[in-house]
Design a protein around this ligand. Structure first.
Ligand code: AMP
Length: 358
């Protein structure tokens, strides 16, 4: 009988795929809850599990050594009382709700943009009176890549903005006039060991991550980000990989959001770090010593909408192509390309090509 540890993932998208690929180097088996055509099927068995059924999720959990998630948008009632869940349900509950998340961050001394809870048009008027415009109305749940968000440039746009969200519970957030966006990724294992990656500089367009450049070398911001990260990880007794996205404004960090999982802004670690975020996520959950996060300057470009043809990427010897095997669709992340940061000409060329393709 096999004694290899088994990790179950709720979901079978590209994050599950890259976790399953990392598991192959670690002598770990990965099983994914999903549908047969999902992209993780390239690297792991897919099991049909109804993610809204507590009984089915429980049975999947009981068949593996550790259960994890690839999206925070799972119904947390199905995660309650699962002893081998990493990260724990509490972390997912906080990270999947923008109000809980901001309350938690503030309470723990991590700065955020000014925000207010909005459950009605009346609340929105009141929030606008204190926060003003420009500001952003965001649904508390299920928003990603800029979805579920409306930007208000004037306070008289309240009615149309509220209609746009369809009456879902929201927060109104002040627009931050940031200099740049950074993220910090860290892993914490079951014994409490923490490994921090260097800060990553992220460039978004239309709310979607386009480019990640790492490391972003700034010892002052690195140590501030690590301090915030350590507080969050320890307060939650967190196990696994956590990402926190920050705005940088006037040399300080303002947290935007956190993700209780491996993160798009850490995909560069597959080639650019001694141990990838995917391997360290598995190591953390399985109680293994975390691997080194020593890093080389690296750039990752997201492929949005459609992958470039292989014949176009093949001539670039130092380009690492990751095709998630997804059907093309506008705004969808279908893959990414990674380069050593020294490949400046190839990076500039591909940034332009991918913008045209997306
Ligand atoms: P989010 O879905 O909250 O991560 O937002 C996606 C992107 O929209 C962020 O990475 C920023 O580029 C932008 N954004 C979100 N919230 C704000 C804000 N309060 N001020 C300025 N830009 C924001």
């Amino acid at each position: 009988m096999s004694t290899r540890p088994r990790v179950g993932i709720l979901g079978a998208g590209q994050l599950a795929l890259m976790l399953a690929q990392a598991a192959q180097h670690l002598d770990v088996d990965v099983l994914c809850a999903g549908r047969p055509g999902d992209c993780a099927a390239q690297a792991a068995p897919i099991i049909a599990v109804d993610l809204e059924s507590p009984e089915e999720v429980r049975a999947f959990h009981d068949a593996v050594d550790v259960l994890t998630i690839e999206s925070e948008n799972v119904e947390t009632s199905v995660l309650a009382d699962l002893p081998h869940l990493a990260p724990q349900a509490q972390a997912v509950r906080i990270a999947q709700d923008r109000l809980f998340e901001k309350d938690f961050l503030r309470f723990n001394g991590v700065a955020t943009a000014p925000y207010a809870e909005v459950n009605s048009l009346r609340d929105l008027h009141a929030a606008l009176a204190s926060i003003g415009a420009p500001s952003i109305l965001k649904t508390r749940r299920l928003g990603y890549d800029g979805r579920g968000q409306v930007r208000l440039t004037h306070t008289d746009e309240a009615s149309s903005a509220w209609a746009h969200t369809g009456g879902a519970p929201c927060i109104l957030e002040a627009m931050v006039n940031f200099d740049l966006e950074l993220s910090l990724i860290a892993a914490r294992n079951t014994q409490g060991q923490i490994a921090f990656y260097p800060l990553t500089h992220n460039i978004h367009r239309a709310g979607i991550l386009r480019t990640s450049i790492a490391p972003y070398v700034d010892p002052v911001l690195q140590s501030l980000a690590e301090k915030h990260m350590r507080t969050v990880l320890e307060k939650l007794n967190y196990v696994g990989v956590l990402a926190i996205e920050f705005f940088v404004s006037e040399r300080t960090l303002i947290a935007n959001e956190m993700a209780p999982r491996v993160h798009n802004s850490g995909h560069w670690t597959i080639e650019g770090a001694a141990t990838s975020q995917f391997e360290n996520a598995l190591r953390a959950m399985l109680g293994m010593t975390l691997g080194s996060t020593r890093s080389q300057p690296t750039v990752m470009l997201n492929c949005i909408g459609t992958m470039p043809p292989e014949s176009d990427t093949a001539p670039f010897a130092n380009l690492h192509r990751h095709d998630y095997g997804k059907q093309p669709r506008a705004g969808r992340k279908v893959g990414h390309l990674t380069f050593p940061a020294t490949e400046t000409a190839a990076i500039a060329l591909w940034q332009e090509r991918l913008e045209i393709l997306s």
